[in-house]
Design a protein around this ligand. Structure first.
Ligand code: SAM
Ligand code: SF4
Length: 349
């Protein structure tokens, strides 16, 4: 058979241009459906992996987005296909009248509306938050030993947070997830105990690798306990099997269930096995910047658009541009990696 000549062009394929309709998509085809909103940079605690112990300068109140402004951005994002919203901070429960904001956001109609909290103010607020439309909460708790817990969170009380977990369940803010930042030599000897806590309570304990987002810049690679090691230590006692498939699940946690059917845990391997390829998240900081990655060094100032009379179409364009500008990965493991200027409480984890 005679070969058919193939025309090979020396011209590069044209760079894709940003779509102005359809879902929020980036250059790599990742569709963004999850928005994390930081409602405040303030916090009542000073966790060692997040904030400095003293000398925090808060963002002036006039620079913090109002409830009306947050609602407007959330609504535009919803129109662009965002269906999952998480409130965070700082500590979201220190923002005055937070239940009013939840009610406003609840009316927009997200299929998932959740909050990450340190739990200190939750026992009192859980029923009102649930009534306002909050669906579930993640509560941070890095140790089951009261003194160690207080040492890590600097101002936290374990008993209060355990009460908050009960209150959240009674209010129906479930499935309840418990966030544990694992730090070598600090709390890694409790990995098995915390897995036991997940088995005893039915709560999903999520072990998070320590990320270079602490204000004190004390992060070192040697303080990261790799997710693989966390899984091995638990499996030695209670065998685990995967409960999620990364290729089809955009959630940051890899989920595992106990083979004997007694519950589930998660590992968030942001450092050793990044999940950037399936990332569907973008973030709004308390002072009104859109960040397309926790580790991004650039931001898109949506507050300027809001306060200069911008239309919903202008806001939508900015959201699209922020997503379109997202890099392929966070680059923590690249030699050229630069820590972002903002630490975790300033970004919103
Ligand atoms: N104040 C709330 C809380 O602590 O749950 C919400 C905000 S906090 C920034 C969100 C989550 O980020 C928490 O689960 C916290 O443990 C986690 N986090 C903070 N700094 C971190 C770091 N350097 N590495 C990994 N996770 C971190
Ligand atoms: Fe506050 Fe949460 Fe940061 Fe701890 S992790 S200092 S509770 S914002």
């Amino acid at each position: 058979m005679k070969a058919v000549p193939i025309a090979i062009s020396s011209r590069r394929p044209p760079a894709p241009s940003m779509p102005t309709t359809g879902p929020l998509i980036d250059v790599f085809g990742r569709v963004h459906t999850d928005l994390r909103i930081s409602v405040t940079d303030r916090c009542n605690l000073r966790c060692v992996y997040c904030m400095p112990e003293e000398g925090v300068t808060w963002v002036p109140r006039s620079e913090i987005l109002t409830f009306e402004e947050i609602e407007r951005i959330a609504s535009v994002a919803h129109d662009l296909g965002v269906d999952s919203l998480r409130l965070t901070g700082g500590e979201p429960l220190v923002r005055a009248s937070i239940t009013d904001l939840v009610a406003r956001l609840g009316r927009i109609g997200f299929s998932d509306l959740s909050m990450t909290t340190n739990g200190s103010g939750l026992a009192r607020l859980a029923p009102a938050l649930a009534a306002a439309g909050l669906m579930r909460v993640n509560i941070s708790c890095d140790s089951l030993k009261p003194e160690r817990f207080a040492g890590i969170r600097r101002r936290g009380v374990l008993a209060t947070v355990l009460e908050a977990m009960d209150a959240a369940e009674q209010a129906g803010l479930t499935p309840l997830k418990i966030n544990v930042v694992v730090m070598a030599g600090v709390n890694d000897d409790e990995i098995v105990d915390l897995a036991g806590f997940a088995r005893d309570t039915g709560r999903v304990v999520r072990f998070i690798e320590f990320m270079p987002l602490d204000a004190g810049e004390a992060w070192e690679r040697s303080k990261v306990v790799p997710g693989e090691e966390i899984l091995a230590r638990i499996s030695n006692v209670w065998p685990l099997e995967p409960a999620s498939e990364r290729a089809v699940d955009a959630a940051p946690a890899d989920r595992y269930r106990f083979v004997d059917g007694c519950g589930e845990i998660g590992v968030i391997t942001s450092v050793t096995r990044a999940f950037c390829g399936s990332c569907n998240r973008l973030r709004l900081t308390a002072d009104g910047a859109i960040r397309n990655c926790l580790f991004a060094n650039g931001e898109h100032p949506v507050r300027d658009v809001l306060r200069s009379g911008g239309s919903d179409a202008d806001l939508a364009l900015l959201l699209r541009q922020a997503v379109w500008a997202k890099r392929a990965g966070h680059g923590i493991n690249d030699p050229s990696f630069l820590r972002p200027a903002r630490s975790m409480s300033m970004i919103g984890g």
